[in-house]
Ligand binder design. Structure first.
Ligand code: AMP
Length: 290
């Protein structure tokens, strides 16, 4: 059993954080939807390393799920999550009530234009408005902090950076590298939906990205060609259903025609009923970590 402090109300979270801030301590914040794995763990560890007091929020945000998505099935491992956060040195778990966080009477939506419409936004129409609204609310509750997000959700990271900058929020957004299994599969809470054979199938997603990355690093600049090679790798694996493959500018996430400098490879594909996303950095002639 962990001894970490757990609070459920917005007021209790504000009070706990304002007390430590008044003592001059820096605050780190790791927003999550729970079902924590080592990917989340890496964010918590980074926050603990850089900040005096670390808050981990656990909130399955209903606003970011579409009507036909997995909100009611989303995995929940609350006690294990608190134990992991505590073991890694976090100080406070904020697990807010849905009624307080996402009140059905709220009239306010935060929406980051352009960045939210493409890629994941095209398949999940209200997803990023749901993310942006709740992340803004969490930032307003926790206040001045360094907030840690995974590159695993690369578009989300770009949107959160943008909303923090556009709204002049006192939050420094820190991006952390994607944690993968030995076979390359990006860790995700949704991997728990996959059978053993589906987990095998899912490794093709990162293999396809590595193939694209190697192609760029060996000098290929033609984006059509690169996307074709990545697509072919996924299509060969018959049990995957590809949503999109894209080579994009790493800041604007706009599609590009020709690779110059650093780019980001994005992919979304379903394994059975489970939709997975992944992405990787690549740069012409440069071997970098994804
Ligand atoms: P989630 O609980 O899925 O909303 O994720 C909470 C945070 O953990 C987000 O910032 C994610 O990008 C991050 N995250 C999820 N999976 C990974 C991973 N495999 N590596 C690094 N960060 C991750």
């Amino acid at each position: 059993m962990s001894s970490i402090q757990v609070v459920h109300s917005i007021d209790s979270c504000r009070l706990a954080v304002s007390k430590v801030r008044a003592q001059g301590h820096s605050v780190g914040f790791v927003p999550t939807m729970g079902a924590l794995h080592n990917g989340h763990g890496s964010l918590i560890a980074a926050a603990v390393k850089e900040c005096d007091f670390v808050v981990v929020s656990i909130f399955v945000n209903p606003l970011q799920f579409g009507a036909s998505e997995d909100l009611s099935d989303y995995p929940s491992t609350f006690q294990q999550d608190c134990d992991l956060a505590s073991t890694l040195g976090a100080d406070l778990v904020f697990a807010p009530d849905t009624t307080e966080m996402a009140s059905s009477t709220s009239l306010t939506t935060v929406s980051v234009a352009e960045l939210s419409q493409r890629w994941e936004g095209a398949s999940r129409l209200t997803h990023f408005d749901g993310v942006s609204t709740i992340v803004t609310k969490l930032f307003s509750i926790v206040g001045e902090c360094k907030a840690y997000f995974g590159e695993k959700d690369f578009q989300q990271l770009a949107i959160v950076r943008r909303l923090a900058a556009d709204l002049s929020l006192p939050v420094t957004v820190v991006g952390c590298p994607t944690v993968r299994t030995e076979s390359g599969l990006a860790l995700s809470s949704r991997n728990s939906y996959l059978s053993e054979s589906q987990l095998q199938d899912a490794t093709v997603i990162s293999e396809a990205l590595y193939t694209g990355k190697e192609l760029i690093e060996s000098g290929e600049t033609d984006v059509v060609q690169i996307e074709q090679v990545i697509t072919a790798r996924v299509v060969q694996a018959e049990r995957l259903s590809l949503d999109y493959v894209a080579v994009v500018d790493p800041t604007s996430l706009e599609p590009i025609d020709e690779v110059e400098g650093e780019v980001r490879l994005l992919i979304a594909a379903a394994v059975g009923e489970t939709r997975l996303i992944d992405n990787m950095a690549a740069a012409l002639g440069v071997v970098s970590n994804g």
